[in-house]
Design a protein around this ligand. Structure first.
Ligand SMILES: Cc1cc2nc3c(=O)[nH]c(=O)nc-3n(C[C@H](O)[C@H](O)[C@H](O)COP(=O)(O)OP(=O)(O)OC[C@H]3O[C@@H](n4cnc5c(N)ncnc54)[C@H](O)[C@@H]3O)c2cc1C
Ligand code: FES
Length: 506
C-alpha cells in the first residue's frame, strides 16, 4: 500500500477527549424519552426535550459524536450544494419554501445553542458557496441562485471568491456557519446528563419494543420510556424499510496544514457529482487546517479505497499551498431518494417509536432539524414543517433511482454469492491481503494482518444476508446492500446490522 496522507483519524475526534465521558448502562432505568444514538440528531432532540422538562436517556454504542457526526465536514448551512431549483420542479414552491425555512431555522438553532450555552466549539459565521469551475455547471448554479432568491434565502451570484483558482460562477449564501461538531455535541451531552436524565456510552441497543412503556433492550439492562427516538443514522430497526428508501454514500476527507494568510475564507462545494468540499478550521496551536472532502461512492462497492484519498491529496496539492497532511478519515450518510429526510414515526402503526434518517450528507442542519421536529412531535407541539418530512410517506419507492438501487441490492444478494468461489484455502491469504473464500460451501471473509495473524469471519452480513466486500483503506468489510460495516475481526462498525459477524472455525 502506498503512503496515504496524514494520520487515519478524524480531526474532530483527534482534538477532543476520546476516552469515555459517560458510563455504560448497567441497571434498568425509566425515563420519559429514550434516544438511541448520540449524534447530532439524537443529542439535539435530547437537549430540547430536557429543556422542555422531560427526562431523557441517550444511549450510544460508541462514544458520543464519534459516528458520522464525529467525521463530518461540519458546515452548518441551508445551502445543500444544488437542491432548490430541482425541488421547486419536483415538489413545487410551497414545499420547497418549507425546506428552505426549516433548514435556515436549524442553522439558527445551532447558533442559538452556541450563544445561550456559551459553547466553545470554534463556531464562526461564514458564507457558503456552491461553485461551477467551468461553464459545464454554470446554468445549474444560476438556476439555484434564482430559486433561492425567490425563496428569500440569503443568496446571490458571484464570480469572485477567495479560492486560489478561477471559477465560472457560484451561488453564495451569506451568514451561514461552521463549527467543531464534536466539541459542540460533547458540550450539549454534558448539559443533558443529570437531574433524572442520562447519557450512556459503549452500550449497544439490541432491540426496541413498542409498548406502555416502550422497552429499549441492551445486553446488560433495559431502559423503559414512554417514547423512543431511533437516531442511529440508519435506523437499526427494519420495520420502516428505511434501508430501501435511502442508499448509503461513503465519502472521504483529508486535513492539511495551510498558511492562514493564503487560506480561503468561507465554505465551498463544487457543483456536479464529482465535487470537492472545502473549508478550513482553526487548530489549538493557532494554526489552520484545510479540509478537502469528496470522492464519494455507494458503500461496499469499492475495494481500493486508498485511491479515494490519493485523489483528494492530488487535488489539494494542485490547488492549495499545502504544508503538510495531518489527518484523513471517511464516513457515510444515508442519501434519501426523494432528497428529503425522514423524520417522524417508525411506521404508521407505531405510536411511540420515532426515527430520523436520510440527511443526504447535510445532517448538521437536517439532523438539528430532526431534533427540533421530533421533540415537537413528542411534546405535542403542532409543527407545520413535519408533514413534508413524514417518515411514513410512500413516494421514495416510486423514484427511478430507488427502483434502480433496490434492483442492484437484489443483484448483490444473489450475484455476490459467486464471489470467491475459486478461493478455498486460508493459506493463500498473504500478509496485508484480504480475500473472500468459499470453504465447504461457507462464505468466509479472510484478512491476514501485517504481523501474519489471520482473521477469518463469516462473509454473510448479519443484517439481511448480503456478502460483504473489502475496504482496503479502512481495513473493514463493508456491505454493498444497505451500508452495514464490520471491522476485520467482525465487529459491527455501522448499522443497520446489530450483530457481529461470527468468527470462522475450520
Ligand atoms: C464525508 C461527509 C461529510 C459531511 N459534511 C457535512 C457538512 O459539512 N455539513 C452537513 O450539514 N452535513 C455533513 N455531512 C452529513 C452529516 O455529518 C450527517 O448527516 C450527520 O452527522 C448524521 O448524524 P446522525 O445523528 O444521523 O448520525 P451519527 O452521528 O452517526 O449518530 C448516530 C449514533 O448512533 C449510534 N448507534 C448506532 N447503532 C447503535 C445501536 N445499536 N445502539 C446504540 N447506538 C447506536 C452510533 O454510534 C452513532 O454515534 C457529511 C457527511 C459525510 C459522510
Ligand atoms: S447492510 Fe443490509 S444486508 Fe448488509
Amino acid at each position: 500500500m502506498s503512503q496515504l496522507p496524514g494520520k487515519a483519524i478524524s480531526y474532530w475526534i483527534a482534538s477532543t477527549p476520546h476516552a469515555s465521558n459517560f458510563p455504560s448502562l448497567k441497571n434498568d432505568i425509566s425515563v420519559d424519552v429514550a434516544i438511541v444514538g448520540g449524534g447530532i440528531a439524537g443529542i439535539t432532540a435530547a437537549m430540547l426535550l430536557k429543556r422542555a422538562g422531560k427526562t431523557v436517556a441517550v444511549i450510544d454504542v460508541q462514544q458520543i459524536a464519534t459516528g458520522v457526526s464525529g467525521h463530518t465536514t461540519a458546515k452548518v448551512t441551508s445551502l445543500h450544494q444544488l437542491i432548490y431549483a430541482e425541488l421547486m420542479k419536483e415538489i413545487g414552491e410551497i414545499k420547497t419554501q418549507i425546506y428552505a425555512d426549516s433548514n435556515q431555522a436549524a442553522v439558527e438553532r445551532v447558533a442559538k445553542f452556541v450563544e445561550e450555552e456559551k459553547i466553545d466549539c470554534d463556531f464562526s459565521r461564514r458564507s457558503a458557496y456552491t461553485f461551477a469551475e467551468t461553464a459545464e455547471n454554470l446554468d445549474a448554479v444560476k438556476a439555484e441562485v434564482e430559486a433561492a432568491v425567490q425563496l428569500k434565502l440569503p443568496a446571490s451570484f458571484v464570480t469572485e471568491t477567495s479560492l486560489p483558482f478561477a471559477i465560472a460562477g457560484a451561488v453564495k449564501f451569506d451568514n451561514q456557519a461552521q463549527f467543531h461538531a464534536r466539541k459542540y455535541l460533547l458540550y450539549l451531552a454534558k448539559l443533558i446528563d443529570g437531574n433524572g436524565s442520562y447519557v450512556f456510552e459503549n452500550t449497544r441497543v439490541e432491540k426496541i419494543e413498542e409498548g406502555t412503556p416502550c422497552q429499549v433492550v441492551t445486553a446488560a439492562a433495559t431502559v423503559r420510556a414512554r417514547d423512543v427516538i431511533v437516531a442511529t443514522n440508519i435506523p437499526i430497526l427494519d420495520q420502516g424499510l428505511f434501508f430501501a428508501k435511502n442508499y448509503p454514500k461513503r465519502s472521504y476527507i483529508i486535513a492539511a496544514r495551510i498558511d492562514p494568510v493564503r487560506a480561503p475564507e468561507g465554505m465551498y462545494i463544487g457543483a456536479g457529482s464529482d465535487y470537492y468540499s472545502i473549508r478550513t478550521t482553526p487548530t489549538s496551536d493557532g494554526g489552520l487546517l484545510l479540509l478537502v472532502g469528496g470522492s464519494g461512492h455507494k458503500v461496499g462497492t469499492i475495494t481500493n479505497t486508498e485511491e479515494r484519498y490519493q485523489k483528494l491529496e492530488a487535488y489539494a496539492r494542485s490547488r492549495f499551498r499545502v504544508e503538510q497532511f495531518e489527518y484523513r478519515w471517511s464516513t457515510q450518510d444515508m442519501v434519501s431518494f426523494d432528497r428529503l429526510p425522514y423524520i417522524g414515526k417508525l411506521t404508521p402503526f407505531n405510536k411511540h417509536v420515532y426515527v430520523a434518517t436520510g440527511f443526504s450528507l447535510w445532517g448538521m442542519s437536517k439532523g438539528t432539524l430532526a431534533g427540533m421536529l421530533l421533540s415537537d412531535l413528542i411534546l405535542g407541539v403542532d409543527n407545520p414543517w413535519l408533514k413534508l418530512y413524514d417518515s411514513t410517506r410512500a413516494t421514495p419507492f416510486l423514484t427511478t433511482e430507488s427502483l434502480k438501487n433496490n434492483l442492484e441490492v437484489g443483484f448483490h444478494w444473489l450475484g455476490d454469492r459467486l464471489k470467491g468461489l475459486k478461493n478455498s484455502s486460508l493459506t493463500n491469504v498473504a500478509p496485508g491481503e484480504a480475500k473472500l473464500l468459499t470453504i465447504s460451501g461457507n462464505k468466509v471473509a479472510a484478512y491476514r494482518d501485517e504481523q501474519g495473524q489471520l482473521h477469518a469471519i463469516s462473509a454473510t452480513c448479519t443484517h439481511l444476508g448480503c456478502i460483504i466486500n473489502w475496504n482496503s483503506a479502512e481495513k473493514s468489510w463493508d456491505c454493498p446492500c444497505h451500508g452495514g460495516r464490520f471491522s476485520y475481526s467482525g465487529k459491527v462498525l455501522h448499522g443497520p446490522p446489530v450483530k457481529d459477524l461470527e468468527p470462522y472455525k475450520s
